[in-house]
Design a protein around this ligand. Structure first.
Ligand code: HEC
Length: 255
């Protein structure tokens, strides 16, 4: 009886935690990451160093390692992905960790919070969340200094750093009644109020590629791991057949 209760409780747990985190978020789209599409990841790396590294680190990765994994030669990494200098004022070396030059003290002052390291964010948040988050900034004049809010991360402390690409969008609301009978205003759409340099589909693609890069960053060995995994399964299967044949051989005189 106790075992059954534990199992039932276990089955309910995801529902409970999901309900607690619940609430409406917008946008709510899904993406597929193609792990063989290195070109997409290269474009994402470019966006990352241009627009994110000024505040966020990816301090578990080195520039040249990223280059190797994504098929970018060291000279190209040096000329196109590194814009920072080290403590002596020399250009950051290709073997250096991808660290932001912003000090935590400065960040604390400017944003009230240190922008988190993004090395593992694709794992902690998931690729769909990231895709929606980077497309979820909308105009909100009540947010002093930032002027924006986010449909996925309410009252986020990050500015809309890609506004020049995406433009600015205003939310469209709808009133819904939740399961407790409370009326609630939720965002159901966005309307572009100021154009950016990209069209919407170009912007979506830019974000897709950026997320592909973050996904790679969070698990650089994923591709290798998949290949090894397949090999191991095949090996175990072959071994199973051999073991079975051996067992029959050993036991054949006993019966
Ligand atoms: C001007 C500084 C700045 C830049 C540039 C910046 N961010 Fe941020 N970002 C922040 C701050 C500050 C936070 C913390 C927000 C909070 O917790 O309220 C944050 C939070 C985040 C989060 C949420 C992390 C989490 O799990 O809570 C993600 C994801 C993120 N940023 C991605 C990016 C990406 C991708 C880029 C580049 C396109 C970028 N950021 C550029 C300041 C910045």
């Amino acid at each position: 009886m106790r075992a059954i209760l534990i199992i039932v409780a276990g089955l309910m747990l995801p529902a409970v935690t999901w309900g607690a985190g619940g609430g409406h978020t917008y946008p709510d789209d899904r993406i597929e990451i193609d792990w063989d599409d290195k070109a997409a990841m290269q474009r994402g790396a470019r966006t990352f160093v241009n627009y994110c590294l000024s505040c966020h680190s990816a301090a578990y990765s080195r520039f040249n390692r990223v280059g190797q994994d994504l098929g970018i030669p060291d000279e190209v990494v040096r000329d196109n992905l590194i814009f920072t200098t080290d403590m002596n004022g020399d250009k950051t070396k290709v073997g250096a960790l991808m660290k932001t030059t912003m000090t935590p003290e400065y960040a604390e002052q400017a944003f009230g919070i240190t922008p988190p390291d993004l090395s593992l964010v694709a794992r902690s948040r998931g690729v769909n969340w990231l895709y929606n988050y980077m497309r979820g900034f909308y105009v909100d004049e009540s947010r002093e200094g930032l002027g924006v809010n986010n449909g996925v991360f309410a009252n986020v402390g990050m500015p809309h750093v890609l506004a020049e690409l995406q433009g600015l969008q205003a939310p469209q609301y709808k009133t819904v009644t939740d399961s407790h009978g409370n009326e609630q205003e939720v965002i159901v759409g966005f309307e572009l109020v100021k154009a950016g340099s990209l069209t919407q589909s170009e912007y979506d693609k830019t974000i897709h590629d950026l997320v592909a890069f973050l996904d790679y960053l969070a698990e650089p060995y994923k591709q290798t791991r998949k290949n090894v995994g397949t090999g191991v399964i095949i090996f175990l299967f072959v071994f199973l057949i051999l073991a079975y044949a051996l067992k029959r051989e050993y036991w054949k005189d006993v019966h």
